[in-house]
Design a binder for this molecule. Structure first.
Ligand code: ADP
Ligand code: MG
Length: 253
């Protein structure tokens, strides 16, 4: 079975700062894979490498069997053209800490936009899907609202619906609930849990340890740009093997 995400010795530096120091991991199709670790450990950088918002400068990273940003011919790697990178990215949904909705568009229009603009889909098809997705994230009655008329949690659920509208094969979440008021977190996590149950492959950076323990198939603890421990949630949370993970858990739990 082809891994949905496969990283082999992935390195990334910003100037002299060596941020990712040889990341190895594999995410299977339909797997929910949570990345946890201290602030500054490189979690966002790694997520951004998966959809080529950042370029990997060492090692290999592939999504569903295709190298991200490169094509291999013999022993040589060739950078893909922008249009080819865009085509790869189309299959990967990303949800950030900040919701990044288009402020001048309704929730419905936000969800319809990418399929129309990027895939050339007809308005009626895009609208039908957008209505279904807004219903799925519990916002059928907010379709006509502008982002400013929605709570942070509602905006984030629209952002999830917007990513799903492109029918991605992989969803990346970068701390999707950490900008939300505590009482709004649950609704967003419920949507993510539902998505996980539907079989979506998900890589989730989160500080929500309850969610990571309950929903993920695999948890990876990262520190200083390297994988420290990885395994089933029960293993990691109940029997952390390294002092670094024990220390991290004592701080966040
Ligand atoms: P995390 O998401 O785990 O908090 P990040 O991946 O955001 O960590 O950041 C890892 C390190 O890389 C941090 O030290 C951060 O300052 C640095 N970094 C992130 N993005 C950039 C950038 N564009 N230029 C320079 N340094 C960066
Ligand atoms: Mg981050």
């Amino acid at each position: 079975m082809t891994a949905m995400v496969k990283a082999e010795g992935v390195h990334k530096s910003y100037g002299a700062a060596h941020i990712l120091r040889g990341i190895d991991l594999e995410v299977a199709p339909r797997e929910v894979f949570c990345l946890v670790g201290p602030s500054g450990s490189g979690k966002s950088t790694f997520l951004r490498c998966i959809n080529h918002l950042e370029r990997v400068d060492g090692g290999r990273l592939s999504v569903d069997g295709d190298l991200v940003g490169y094509r291999q011919k013999g022993d040589k790697l060739y950078e893909l053209k922008d249009s080819e990178v865009a085509a790869q990215r189309r299959d990967i949904g990303m949800v950030f800490q900040r919701f990044n909705l288009f402020p001048h568009m309704t929730a419905l229009a936000n969800v319809m936009e990418a399929p129309i603009q990027v895939k050339g889909e007809s308005k009626s098809v895009a609208r039908e899907r957008a209505e279904r997705l807004l219903d799925r994230v519990g916002l059928a009655d907010k379709a006509g609202n502008y982002p400013s008329q929605l709570s942070g949690g509602q905006q984030q659920r629209v952002a999830i619906a917007r990513a799903l509208a492109m029918e991605p094969k992989l969803m990346l979440f970068d701390e999707p609930t950490s900008a939300l008021d505590p009482e709004l977190v649950g609704d967003v996590l419920d949507v993510m849990r539902d998505l996980a149950e539907s079989g979506m492959t998900m890589v989730v950076v989160t500080h929500e340890m309850g969610f990571a323990r309950e929903v993920s198939d695999t948890v990876l603890f990262m520190d200083h740009g390297a994988v420290v421990e990885t395994g089933k949630p029960d293993q990691l949370f109940d029997k952390p093997e390294t002092e670094r993970l024990q220390q991290f858990l004592s701080q966040v739990l």
